[in-house]
Design a protein around this ligand. Sequence first.
Ligand SMILES: Nc1ncnc2c1ncn2[C@@H]1O[C@H](COP(=O)(O)OP(=O)(O)OP(=O)(O)O)[C@@H](O)[C@H]1O
Length: 795
Amino acid sequence: MSAQHFLDTLSRHGLDEFYPNFSTEGITQLESFIELSVQDYANYGIKSADDKRKFVALAQTLKKEGIRPASNEKSPLPQKRSSSVARLNAFTPPEKQARRLTLGGENLTRSPIKTPPSRRLSFIPKSGSPRKILSPAKHSPISHKSPSKVKTPPRIARTAIQIQQALKSVSFSPTKDKLLQHESSSDDEEELKKTVAAPILDTYGIPTASSRSGNYSKTNGNVNKSQASIATSGSSDLNQRIRVCVRKRPLSRREVAAGEKDITPVAGSRSINVNAPKVKLDLTRFTEQHSFTFDEVFDSSITNAQIYQRTAKPLVQYIFTGGKATCFAYGQTGSGKTYTMLDQGRGLYVQAAQDIFAMLAREEYAHLSAWVGFYEIYQGHLYDLLNDRKRLIPRDDGNNNVVISGLKEFAIADVDRLFKVFDHGSQARTTGKTGANNNSSRSHAVLQILLKPKKNSSVIAGKLSFIDLAGSERGADRGDANTKTRMEGAEINKSLLALKECIRALDQDSRHTPFRGSKLTQVLRDSFIGNSRTCMIATISPNGSNSEHTLNTLRYADRVKELKGEQDGGGSFIEDDLQDDFQVMAEQTAGSTEATDGTSLEQDKTDAEEDQVLQADGQENIFDEDFPQEGTKNELLATPTSQRIQTQSMATPQRRQHYLRRLSSPTDQVLNDLASTTNADSSTKPSWPYSHRSPPLPSERPNNDQMLDFVKLHRAQIREITECSKKETKLLATFSLGLSSTQHYAEDEAAANNEKILEEFEQYLGDLDELLQRKVACAEALRDKMRQLLGDDVL
Ligand SMILES: Nc1ncnc2c1ncn2[C@@H]1O[C@H](COP(=O)(O)OP(=O)(O)OP(=O)(O)O)[C@@H](O)[C@H]1O
């Protein structure tokens, strides 16, 4: 009986998730399996009574079917495993177990699990059957047609499926494959002998492809030719909710001059392999081969125009149906993110804009106009690239829409105008020189193209965002020399880590997704939930010295690919909101103690330090130019709230007065309104108490959905305001602590300290100002909505 048969049997009984546990211990055949006693099961991660029952039943059935225990001389089954191994299987996620299990000869020897060689070999089928390719449909992450019904198999099961695929397809013989050539050492016999190739591994380290020695060219790359024959050529659905593509850039001149080779052969239109050069401890070189499949893989010869057709174009069409779409590039520095997304003239945004304007020229969309906003996330803060790098604040409008308070948006009529606006913004973007890229983006840049009705520019009828993320690698790897660059790198990585956490949470259907972990994730939130489409383009460098980064990028992309389609906002987020409400209440109760807690004060300090307003570069004023025409005919409403904050300015005393009056006693206001309405016509009972005017027609009254929307918005704003209040309390506590400690200084020390405390005071006021602005923005958002519901003249 073969390992395949064992796995098939487990699958038939719904127990295939345990296969990695068995095979790790060398149990790959039914004959070995039936030797196990019930007590042994726990060692293989079979913990629940139900699972145990199933296994007992399975063993009995097998025995009845005539399966006999393996012969005694063969019985290398460990009677007792070391506790570390038991722990491994009990608590290690299956994909990790699988990874440990299948990292090829090299990694197995390093693994703490000492598996007898014969057992390891039993994992490999004898014959070299042709490799079967996962069908696109099976492998594609989410079908847009019925996302809620499509269930991605849980990782554990998926891993088993992958193993199954591997078992069906793997035709290598480790003994035969021991000596394979390394592409860079073809002329050197000695080197050749020292160089070995491990089987091809997928993301999780599972062998995936035929790696018989015959499939490897003696002189050249290991998998290129063999993989070409197994290429997955079918194209994937362009309209998936989350689409993940990979783009490989060509070798640069510098890399060619340094004798670097392309180690990332593309196999067909959906698969890519990475032949990562490795060195063993004894300095023997070998190649670790990985195989990945995505929705689409673009080889280095593919142009931006071709990529556009397969990535951003479907998103353009989607936003004309009223949706939100995001296209973002992720990858290490110098891998081509900016070139792909925001290259002036060739970037995807240019082609998208051309198509958008072509669509707007159609009669059916004549009522819409296009707007553009451009900002960056640098060191944890948002800066408006079209408005003198003004600090911006992201917030949630209560409908799972991310709104950037204060963002200046410009109406654009054609691509030329967009170029000009973009050009201006690009110059304001933070770039720098890193070890890997002379013109490296040190921030995440977000270019938004919005569709708005011409008659009401406060409504967003479609939104397409292009996000050029900052490089994903560690500062040390970039060869960053100075502290500033390293700090930038740290912040970039913090945000990308937060993004990863969110992706992981979504992937695991976690109850709570930590979108608030960073500004980047706050901004990207609506790309992953609700009525949205997202296309991620993972950019990779092809050369050997970047292989680790390339693998990291591809693994990251693979995670995104597996996001489930059920994350559609809706119910679960309402529940989240409620949960948050309770949390807020609990926190409010505990609020006072928190402020005096030493740990949180320490955190406050860090927060305050992090929040230092960065020196804005002296930018020329965009409004000096003859585009876009600012403020003409009130067309420049950014987000409804933000623009008003800017133009009407809370700073005017009247407005502040008005605002405070409203905030302080809404009930009085309402009662007065009510009284005046009642007095005006005592014979008519006021059916519309908030109104100064005659009651609206029934058709104008808010319906249930609108009221529900309002409640959601209100809840979101309360959350935001509460968060601000908490920060305010911390801010206050930190500052007052510092202030009171000055009283204990001797006179001479006090003078020196005064300077410091003054600085801190300014900082404190600056931070407070920002928090107050955020609160005001919340109140304004609510009022905007109220106006929308009740009419402008009501409030
Ligand atoms: N597909 C490609 N074809 C030709 N040249 C490319 C391609 N992709 C990138 N390049 C070149 O490689 C260099 C680095 O690209 P780019 O600046 O886009 O990298 P990046 O990933 O945005 O880096 P960073 O994160 O540091 O900003 C540029 O000179 C760019 O012109």
